[in-house]
Write a protein that binds this ligand. Structure first.
Ligand code: HEM
Length: 541
């Protein structure tokens, strides 16, 4: 019986095979066409079933909730100017993860410590990519800096060179005397302005700019030239930052990008020409210094400054990732603008909070008197002992983070966050401004209370391990300049507050309102009057 069935089966297969053989031998054209179409149909069905099941297996989650917006333009007409606050209000309505559509572009905004952890810790490699707007690409000669470079070998090399050569403990020690000279110079200048109203951000910007430039060029840029270059640089970067924060239709509708409807790209290119006029002569002087083997002002004699190291890299033909002069300029722009505007803005915010709360200012100054003494000048070595000032700075970072939405991320694959699907290439914002004011994470979140950072100091650092407090971001793309940023802000603040007493001009009030930008500033510049505090400002001679 079984042998009968087997026999039948074999003969059927053999008949089919003969038929197939005949067909492929072109004996039956019609049958051949039917067979080919059937096979293709079957293969297509299998393929679609397979991809459908695969996608269901991968992303079985829905997209996050969010407002509907209008057809075609989506949420674009509703975008306000203070994006961080608007995003926080939308989180009250839609929850800590929500989506916004703009044409074909999807944005997702996250506003809770646990969602931040998922993105910057659990899925760090997926979210390590950036999503630079067209303005940012134009401002970085095509994304050749560190902050907007795609996650990959170029970014890794540039970040490594920067961190290793400029920010290692030895390099920071070697350049201390340069930072000290710049701070002393500012205190002397301020001495001549005692009793008059000064714009704090103007002073702090120039001071931080000169600090960075001096470290980059090993103290070889002469101070008069540095001041005029600094003023021009401030004007250019404030325009660049303004353009970076402006919504640009070319980003939402790539088909319009080539027309540059709002003229953003053209304007950015004009600004870059001004940046070139600043950097080119300075780079040339670096090159001739290199050829002439001249010394710089660094502590260890014969030690190369950062510009020398970059120029050397440019000339190395065996480098795995060769770098060009334009890439060096992109990197410099990143370091100088990223390092200056953030630190100067933070000094201004701390001064504003202290002038708003004189009892906190008094405590900071008492600590400075105890640790430094009134017949002495502040040194960087005092910083680890200034615990109260450190808490004041952290509380200011909490309430006024310099980058309230960090630098937006772009996942390199679709993934599930908070139970929702975030498709590949979405622009993802972490609203740390909202996280820093989350009532579930903080007591009295809108109150300025530095004491909250004193209780368990080890819990509060800037390394992005506590997802309630992320002023420098977290994960692979965390700020590359943290050790320098911390030193620059603390040292400058301590020197300003130790040398002078400060008050607001008669009849003026401290305004603490914020103006959104890639760096969030005060909406009104802070004006204050210094009076002498130190027994003798000759100490700064
Ligand atoms: C108060 C001062 C500063 C603050 C608040 C700050 C904050 C930040 C933040 C939030 C990011 C983005 C992190 C992320 O997306 O997760 C960032 C990136 C960066 N920062 Fe800072 N920063 C400061 C000072 C500096 C300084 C002084 C430098 C260099 C001299 C610097 C260089 C950079 C660079 C190169 C990046 C890009 C990192 C990357 O994409 O890999 N920053 N910073």
């Amino acid at each position: 019986m079984i042998s009968d069935v087997l026999h039948k089966l074999l003969s059927t297969i053999s008949n089919q095979w003969t038929w197939w053989w005949d067909v492929i031998n072109e004996k039956d054209e019609l049958a051949r066409a039917v067979l080919t179409i059937s096979i293709m149909l079957l293969l297509s069905i299998f393929f679609y079933l397979w991809t459908f099941l695969k996608s269901r297996n991968q992303i079985s989650a829905p997209l996050p909730p969010g407002p509907c917006g209008l057809p075609i333009v989506g949420y674009l007409p509703f975008l306000g100017t203070n994006l961080h606050q608007q995003f926080a209000e939308l989180a009250h309505q839609y929850g800590p993860i929500y989506q916004l559509w703009f044409g074909k572009k999807l944005w997702v905004v996250l506003s809770s410590p646990s969602l931040a952890k998922e993105v910057v810790r659990d899925l760090d490699t997926v979210f390590a990519n950036r999503d630079p707007p067209i303005a940012a690409l134009a401002a970085t000669y095509g994304g050749f800096d560190i902050a907007f470079a795609p996650y990959g070998p170029y970014w890794r090399t540039m970040r490594k060179v920067f961190v290793r050569e400029m920010l290692s403990n030895t390099s920071l020690e070697d350049t201390y005397s340069l930072r000290r000279d710049e701070v002393k110079k500012t205190i002397r200048d301020l001495h001549s302005k005692i009793g008059t109203a000064v714009e704090i951000s103007e002073i702090t910007f120039l001071m931080e700019f000169n600090l960075i430039m001096s470290m980059l060029w090993g103290g070889t840029v002469d101070s008069q030239r540095a001041d005029s270059v600094g003023t021009e640089f401030r004007a250019v970067t404030s325009k660049i930052i303004e353009l970076l924060a402006k919504p640009n239709v070319s980003d939402f509708f790539p088909i319009l990008a080539r027309f540059d409807v709002q003229g953003v790209e053209r304007e950015m290119k004009r600004l870059l020409q001004r940046v070139d006029r600043i950097f080119d002569p300075l780079l040339e002087s670096g090159m001739s210094r290199r050829e002439g083997g001249q010394e710089n002002g660094m502590k260890s004699k014969g030690k190369k400054d950062f510009i020398q190291i970059l120029l050397e890299l440019k000339e190395r033909e065996d480098a795995a990732i060769p770098i060009t002069l334009q890439q060096i300029k992109a990197l410099l722009l990143d370091i100088v603008s990223g390092g200056t505007d953030t630190t100067a803005t933070m000094v201004e915010w701390v001064m504003a909070e202290l002038l708003h709360k004189p009892e906190v200012m008094k405590k900071v100054q008492e600590e400075l008197s105890d640790i430094v003494g009134l017949d002495n000048i502040v040194e960087e070595s005092h910083m680890p002992k200034l615990h109260y000032l450190d808490a004041v700075l952290k509380e200011t970072f909490r309430l006024h983070p310099a980058l309230p939405l960090l630098v937006p991320k772009r996942p390199n694959q679709s993934s599930i966050v908070g139970g929702y699907n975030i498709p590949k290439d979405t622009r993802v914002f972490l609203n740390i401004w909202a996280i820093h004011r989350d009532p579930e994470a903080w007591d009295d979140p809108s109150e300025f209370k530095p004491e909250r950072f004193l209780s368990d100091a080890s819990e509060w650092d800037y390394n992005g391990n506590n997802f309630q407090f992320l002023p420098f971001g977290s994960g692979r793309r965390i700020c590359a300049g943290i050790p320098l940023a911390e030193k620059m802000v603390m040292y400058v603040l301590a020197s300003l507050l130790h040398s002078f007493d400060w008050k607001v001009p008669e009849g003026e009030e401290i305004d603490l309102s914020e103006k959104f930008g890639i760096v969030m500033k005060k909406s009104k510049p802070l004006i204050a009057i210094p009076t002498q505090r130190l027994s003798s400002l000759k100490l700064y001679a």
